[in-house]
Write a new protein. Structure first.
Length: 524
């Protein structure tokens, strides 16, 4: 552990007279007067704007750092007040003028906003919701109904909390759901449904079927792992809503890594039909079958209400069947707004939006965000170099430019679990001081829930308040360090991030018996 484990004293005492001169109200002063160290100050239970005011005067920023800060756009005095009022939420809702222009661009869709990680696609989408509501209310139309959907429970919870801050009393006009949550809502209103969400359960069923049918399977299929067959079902067969063996035989399998000839595809289709029969016999439904059933209900006119606008965030994570379902829920193509990062999905190579749904005609209605607002130039360059060397990603989306510089990413080694969490705590203390925010602005990302529990305990022992959160439990307002799994954190943003638990046990987490072609595809 380094010297950062010892809290640093403030450079000068805080006095009531000085706080008066800064305009800090009397009710906020006792907590600030009790502060003796930088950690005390950053984590004082006081309105964040008063902490920021004290920090700015105790530690004025160097002029070169002030000059390189990007200009930020606000649309109203309410927006301006929010940036001062809410520490982390205000930080996450900031836009610069180039992003602001996309908020009002082509309010009548369909619209596609494309860009790499950190370019602000999702933030623009949130402001797009605000604009759509204002536009429809001002033009005298009926009260709008808007669906905002994204892939993971964490992203849905993240977006929900930001929309609460952004929309105020209009928050009730927006439904925020995960894409699978939308599908389950539709199906459960029309028929009993029990969805198997445990992927290991589904893989075990596939394994039993492969064992039962092994005498009829060609060698090329016997060599496949159960998780690979399940992915084939989820992304190719159900994912593209293929209804027959002939459709499957003709389907493109870009991104799957292993070539399957006609005999192999016939065998996989046999496993698929047996898999569906077994689930139906047990009164169960897989997530991929749920999406197909929901799509069928909607196309048959049984899907319930449609929405004036449907905002589909992180579309690269959705199968074509799921995308089709969400598109069908819009009253017309004019209400469709999509964000996507093709560099994050191997299935987007050679992908055609229009083949997914005829409403997705984005010619002349697509914009690319290039500037990386989430990461400094140093972080963005390290990530870009890694992806380029792996051959992964959409080349256009990888060419992002960050407007700010900062410390280089740190790679630290450790000899014990205790040392790992002490180093993480030291880094969080140092970096939250650097960004002038409290410890709640930091996130620790881990490979599994068990490591997440260890992180919470280890950081607590190292003197930091920390909470392990599952995706649906994400709380942006807590002043605790947020511990999340890497899967739950996908698409989220925090000013300070520690990635912990990097070991051969978890990364790259590829089976030893993996086919070489599939391994190459997976590594990309």
């Amino acid at each position: 552990p380094g010297q950062e484990a010892t809290p640093r004293e403030l450079p000068r005492p805080i006095t009531a007279e000085w706080l008066d001169s800064l305009g800090v109200p009397p009710e906020a002063q006792p907590a600030l007067l009790a502060c003796r160290t930088e950690d005390d100050l950053l984590n004082a239970e006081v309105d964040p704007r008063y902490i920021e005011r004290v920090v700015e005067n105790l530690f004025p920023r160097p002029i070169d750092e002030v000059m390189q800060q990007p200009d930020l756009a606000v649309f109203s005095t309410k927006d301006l007040d929010r940036y001062h009022k809410d520490d982390l939420i205000g930080f996450l809702l900031r836009l610069d003028p180039s992003q602001e222009r996309l908020v009002d661009w082509a309010l009548e869709g369909p619209v596609l906003i494309k860009g790499g990680p950190g370019t602000g696609k999702s933030t623009v989408a949130l402001y797009r919701v605000q604009r759509l509501i204002e536009h429809r209310l001002k033009t005298g139309r009926q009260t709008p109904r808007i669906l905002f959907t994204t892939y993971t429970p964490a992203l849905a919870r993240f977006s929900e909390q930001l929309l609460e801050s952004l929309l105020g009393e209009n928050r009730n006009l927006v439904t925020v759901r995960t894409s699978d949550g939308v599908a389950e809502d539709i199906v459960s209103r029309l028929e009993p449904v029990r969805v198997v969400t445990d992927r290991q359960d589904l893989e075990a069923r596939i394994a039993r079927l492969m064992d039962r049918h092994q005498d009829h399977l060609p060698e090329s299929v016997r060599r496949l792992r159960p998780d690979y067959v399940l992915d084939e079902i989820e992304w190719i067969i159900d994912g593209r809503n293929l209804k027959s063996l002939d459709e499957y035989l003709a389907a493109s399998r870009t991104g799957r890594g292993i070539a399957l000839g006609e005999a192999a595809r016939r065998a996989v289709w046999e496993l698929y039909t047996a898999f569906c029969t077994e689930l139906e016999r047990d009164g169960l439904c897989s997530p991929s079958r749920l999406r197909v059933r929901a799509l069928e209900h909607v196309r048959a006119g049984r899907g319930g209400q449609r929405y004036d606008a449907v905002v589909i965030d992180e579309a690269q994570d959705l199968t074509p069947a799921m995308l089709s379902l969400l598109v069908e829920l819009a009253e017309s193509e004019r209400g469709i707004y999509v964000t996507a990062d093709p560099s994050q999905s191997i299935y987007f190579r050679g992908f055609s939006w229009q083949l997914v749904h005829q409403r997705l005609r984005f010619r002349g209605r697509a914009k690319l965000l290039r500037r990386n607002y989430r990461s400094t130039r140093e972080i963005a360059e390290v990530a870009r170099a890694f992806l380029e060397k792996s051959g992964a990603g959409d080349p256009e989306s990888l060419q992002t430019d960050s407007p700010v510089t900062g410390p280089a990413p740190v790679l630290a080694t450790y000899e014990s679990e205790a040392e790992q969490w002490e180093q993480a705590a030291d880094f969080i203390r140092q970096m939250t001081r650097y960004v002038r925010m409290n410890h709640g602005a930091a996130a620790v990302l881990v490979p599994s829930s068990s490591v997440g529990q260890q992180a919470e305990e280890g950081l607590t022992r190292a003197g930091l308040k920390a909470r392990f959160m599952r995706g649906s439990q994400l709380d942006l307002k807590t002043d605790a360090v947020k511990v999340l799994t890497l899967q739950a954190a996908k698409g989220l943003e925090f000013p300070v991030v520690v990635i912990a638990g990097l070991s051969a046990r978890y990364f790259p987490r590829l089976p030893a018996d993996m086919d070489p072609e599939e391994r190459d595809e997976e590594m990309q």
